[in-house]
Design a protein. Structure first.
Length: 193
């Protein structure tokens, strides 16, 4: 992820894909973070943009993207993903078709990609982008809390899932934002219960 933030100008037209739409605005990236690790097959990316002067509205745009490299059996598997030809999977190289970034589901055990023809299909999990338009820094905080998934049955280890607290990636995003935008300093983001 990009760790270069530009809060003092140099705005550009930004287009972000949401689940059902494209959100366009003039602004700049002020913070981003990811849970991606070398051995992870699923991770989350968070980005925070400032809508800059000259736009039809002020505020921020927060984007969260769930990413995945997991593929499943095309039929009779876990029922997840979109049917995708093996040749269209992440990391496919026509010069070396045995190399993929995609990883098999450990539950439905789809065939190894090396054994599939380029036009044979599997079900590939897709990225899940969500874009939230926020009026101010406290609204970003609220959206960060709201977007967090609740563990199955609403419980985490030790009891109910705390809905008013932020997970670590969200905390990191706000800490980075506070270094370039004083509106995100802890004393300026007040949570009203």
């Amino acid at each position: 992820m990009n760790d270069v933030y530009d809060y003092e100008g140099n705005s550009s037209l930004i287009e972000l894909l949401d689940a059902n739409r494209t959100v366009k605005f003039t602004g700049c990236l002020i913070a981003s973070t990811t849970t991606e690790k070398p051995d992870f097959v699923r991770w989350t990316e968070l980005e925070l943009y400032r809508i800059t002067a000259g736009a039809s509205r002020d505020g921020y745009v927060f984007r969260v993207v769930g990413r995945s490299l997991v593929y499943h059996k095309a039929s009779g598997g876990c029922g997840k993903g979109l049917v995708t030809p093996a040749g269209k999977l992440p990391g496919f190289d026509a010069q070396d078709p045995g190399e993929y970034d995609a990883q098999p589901c450990e539950i439905c055990n789809p065939p190894d990609l090396e054994n599939l023809a380029v036009d044979e299909v599997v079900s590939m999990e897709r990225d899940w982008p969500r874009v939230y338009e926020c009026a101010d820094a406290p609204d970003v905080y609220v959206k960060l809390v709201e977007h967090q998934p609740v563990a199955k049955a609403g419980y985490r280890r030790g009891g109910p899932a705390p809905r008013q607290s932020l997970n670590h990636p969200s905390q990191r995003l706000l800490e980075k934002a506070a270094t370039v935008d004083p509106a995100f300093a802890p004393e300026n983001v007040v949570d009203v219960l």
